[in-house]
Design a protein around this ligand. Structure first.
Ligand code: GDP
Ligand code: IMO
Ligand code: MG
Length: 429
């Protein structure tokens, strides 16, 4: 039985939560492989809206087990809060959740460092979610990170925190002119979660490989999107992990040969939160219009999302990197009322035509989108469950996207509500 990866092909918030939820009902295990609570994956079930930040979206299915992979960074305070909120809704969390013992922790000083660094960057800020994500990954890479398994032994944990605070104290006090933390305060704040972590911690690599050996259905849930990838995104306006497929192998400990299928999630237009280049961004009235129609406000920080037209070169790059030939298109319904819809087919830059999103693109670079205007369908698609029942112009829009990105649409989401999708394949697994 297959292992499926589902990842975002734009700048995050493509509607991955909604699609993961759709597929997770057939999955035995849903595993997150990167990121932390910078993610916000939304599922709307009847009157309740669930926003998953650290915990895989699969947790909303009682028969599905969930794993937080070693490639993740976990904020104990936010994680504990998320568990409590889910439990208040009657979701069985502790029986279905496992954490890889080698995942890293986001410590309180990472959150402070994220904020003061952003402040210091001033106009050059990245627009991070302020969750300490990049700073935790920074400690991982410089080999001073604290991992879930460090919560097994208090002496070891205390020594690591003390050493890290010796490192951070002058940085906070002398460079950022802010108060540092007392080691005892940090130890107290974090150690209180040790029992919770110890009860959920597993050898995540063995767990997922056993699921593979047993032929179970596994879904790997990407957070963020390929254009926020630390290697392939619009650096430095990126996150600090690899949403791209390589991250699945390093973030869960599985061989690339075990990945059977990769699905891309693509919004029917484009959005981005935070700073960085965005060639098809709409600045004036139309950006606001799309924001209102699509309720484009960040699921994690509540920030208004920047909105723009569908950008084929952007998605083409994501398709190239991920190798996916199958995509889920989300939020088609958001375009239901528009008279005309633009699609960017390529860019023009210094007299050249560029058909794939370039690396190193700068705000000063003039990548001018070349648009093709398509007629709107002016019909509500929200209740449509069958592709053939879609208005002809909506079908033409979807076929145009397929043609431009050389990938097949496997499902079309037409509402935030659970299950409201037009699915064109018989089985996901
Ligand atoms: P994710 O981070 O990729 O999981 O996406 P988010 O949850 O951050 O943002 C997607 C937003 O769009 C959420 O508010 C979803 O409830 C909503 N959404 C998802 N699919 C659809 C859809 O097909 N139509 C509409 N109108 N909203 C959708
Ligand atoms: P989901 O999983 C959209 C963006 C931030 C910022 C940059 C770096 O919901 O799609 P970070 O806090 O990661 O250091 O911020 O990345 N960003 C996201 N944008 N969706 C997300 O997650 C994001 N996670 C991070 O806005 O520009
Ligand atoms: Mg989101």
């Amino acid at each position: 039985m297959p292992l499926i990866v589902l990842l975002g092909c734009q700048w995050g918030d493509e509607g991955k939560g909604k699609i993961v939820d759709l597929i997770a009902k057939e999955a035995d295990l849903v595993a997150r492989y990167q990121g932390g609570n910078n993610a916000g994956h939304t599922v709307v079930i009847d009157d309740a809206t669930f926003i998953l930040h650290t915990i895989p979206t699969g947790i909303l299915h009682p028969e599905t087990k969930c794993l937080l992979g070693n490639g993740m960074v976990i904020d104990p305070e936010a994680f504990s809060k998320e568990i409590k909120e889910l439990e208040q809704h009657g979701i069985a969390v502790d029986t279905n959740l496992m954490i890889s013992e080698t995942a890293h922790l986001v410590m309180p000083y990472h959150k402070l460092l994220d904020l003061v660094q952003e402040k210091k960057r001033g106009k050059g800020k990245i627009g991070t979610t302020g969750r300490g994500i990049g700073c935790s990954y920074g400690d991982k890479v410089t080999r001073q990170g604290i991992r879930v398994l460090d919560l097994r032994n208090k002496d070891r944990f205390v020594k690591k925190v003390q050493a890290n605070l010796e490192f951070y104290k002058p940085l906070f006090e002398q460079i950022y002119s802010t108060n540092s933390f007392a080691a005892d305060d940090i130890i107290q704040r974090v150690w209180k979660y040790a029992d919770m972590f110890n009860s959920l911690a597993v050898d995540g690599v063995s767990v997922i490989n056993q699921y593979i050996e047993q032929g179970k259905n596994i879904m790997c849930e990407g957070a963020q999107g390929i254009h926020l990838d630390i290697d392939f995104g619009t650096y430095p306006y990126v996150t600090s992990s690899n949403p791209s497929p390589g991250g699945v192998c390093t973030g869960l400990g599985i061989s690339p040969t075990k990945i059977d299928r990769i699905f891309g999630v693509v919004k029917a237009y484009t959005t981005r939160v935070g700073e960085g280049p965005f060639p098809t961004e709409l600045t004036m009235e139309q950006g606001d219009n799309l924001r209102k129609l699509g309720s484009e406000y960040g699921a994690t920080t509540g920030r208004p999302r920047r909105c723009g037209w569908f950008d084929a070169p952007l998605v083409r790059r994501a398709i190239q990197i991920s190798g996916t030939r199958e995509v889920a298109i989300t939020k088609l319904d958001v375009l239901d009322t528009l008279d005309t819809i633009n699609v960017c087919t390529a860019y023009r830059c210094n007299g050249r035509t560029v058909d794939i999103f370039p690396f190193g693109i700068d705000a000063d670079d003039n990548y001018e989108p070349i648009y093709e205007e398509l007629p709107g369908w002016k019909t509500c698609t929200e209740d449509i469950t069958d592709f053939d029942a879609l208005p002809e112009k909506a079908k033409a829009y979807l076929h145009k996207i397929e043609e431009l990105i050389s990938a097949k649409v496997i499902t079309v989401s037409v509402s935030p509500k659970r299950g409201k999708c037009i699915t064109l394949i018989d089985h996901f697994f």
